[in-house]
Design a protein around this ligand. Structure first.
Ligand SMILES: [Zn+2]
Length: 354
């Protein structure tokens, strides 16, 4: 049997710029470096095999063995190294080996697609729900701030034209409502901002996964404050958004939608595209009807606990209908999210039951 030639390369020990020609061999659990001239002499250096970082097999490029003392052996001939390392059974990074063998790569890609389809139908929402509580607040806030930046860039959030102090008033009333509705320290963390939104968005409010709640000028104009207090319909809409934050609907959406991207990112080794896509996912995904019903149920609970008349929401739908007669409240395409039909929601806030 023809045993592959031992590989040779330049040893750079990290102290001298001068490389030294060495030959590599494996003796038991050790990698040995020999001076090239006199292989018969005792090895120049020995390293435990497990402490050595072996080169990854790439199509092109220099193979380098990283030594635990900071030294590097730069191998002269990639083909000689590959043949020798294969014969010695040195571990390859699995993905690299797969990527080099196209039939395997195609089969595993196919398996991945099937897994994604199946988990997309049954598994991802469940997995996202389980994972959401473990996402740290700092990550949620990062998601929010990049989403807000993107919304501003796209011209969906424009400087508010409401009188000065409006945002502070809305935020104060929101906080008062939440401290009445939740035990101390248990209210969802929310931050409020008021923006003017493009006309197509209509009177609107939305919540981001980290608790950023945005109210549009148009909503505050649709339901003006009465006697210096916010209209109960505005509080109702805010309570609904808090419901989304409380149940982590936005975060679950992001996790479920970006899981596909994360798996693909794992495959191609690039996560940056997933992170870049997150804001778009938040904004475009909308919530399921069942998520909307959960948010409404939470809103009803918050309003009652805070002594705010839930029928403010009924006034909201009536005002919406009057201001936008062409809008079909029973079709889910208005605004940023898909909501159950107005008629169902009116009944809930009017009677407290579906
Ligand atoms: Zn909603």
């Amino acid at each position: 049997m023809n045993s592959p030639t031992s590989p040779e390369g330049q040893l750079f020990d990290g102290r001298s710029a001068q490389g030294q020609l060495v030959r590599l061999s494996l003796e038991g659990a050790e990698l040995c470096l020999h001076r090239l001239s006199d292989g018969a002499e005792p090895a120049l250096k020995r390293y435990p095999r497990s402490a050595v970082t072996w080169p990854e097999k790439t199509r092109h490029g220099v193979r380098q063995v990283l030594l635990p003392d900071g030294g590097v052996v730069s191998l002269a001939d990639a083909a000689v190294w590959d043949a020798w390392s294969a014969q010695q059974g040195l571990e390859q990074v699995l993905a690299v080996r797969w990527a080099l063998s196209w039939p395997t790569a195609l089969v595993s890609m196919g398996v991945l697609v099937v897994v994604l389809l199946v988990s997309g139908i049954w598994g991802l929402p469940w997995a996202a729900e389980k994972a959401a509580p473990w996402v740290p607040q700092s990550v949620r806030e990062q998601i929010d701030s990049s989403a807000m930046a993107q919304l501003r860039r796209q011209g969906w959030l424009l400087p508010s034209q409401m009188p000065e102090g409006t945002a502070q008033q809305v935020e104060a009333e929101l906080r008062r409502m939440l401290s009445a509705a939740y035990p101390a320290g248990e209210a969802p963390r929310v931050t409020l901002a008021v923006y003017r939104m493009p006309d197509w968005a209509g009177p609107n409010a939305f919540a981001l996964p980290g608790g950023q709640v945005v109210v549009s000028d148009a909503l505050l104009r649709l339901l003006p404050a009465e006697d210096g207090r916010l209209h109960p319909g505005v509080l109702g809409v805010l309570a609904h958004e808090v419901g989304h934050v409380h149940r982590q609907h936005g975060l679950r959406n992001v996790l479920a939608s970006s899981a596909t991207g994360v798996l693909l990112g794992w495959w191609v080794g690039d996560y940056s595209s997933t992170l870049a896509a997150a804001p778009a996912l938040i904004i475009q995904a909308g919530y399921s009807r069942s998520a909307e019903r959960e948010a409404d149920d939470e809103a009803l609970r918050i309003l009652r606990a805070a002594g705010v008349d839930p029928r403010g929401m009924v006034a909201f739908f009536a005002a919406l209908k009057k201001a936008y007669p062409e809008r079909d409240g029973d079709s889910p395409s208005f605004g940023l999210a898909t909501h159950p039909p107005d008629s169902e929601r009116v009944k809930l806030f009017e009677t407290g039951r579906r």
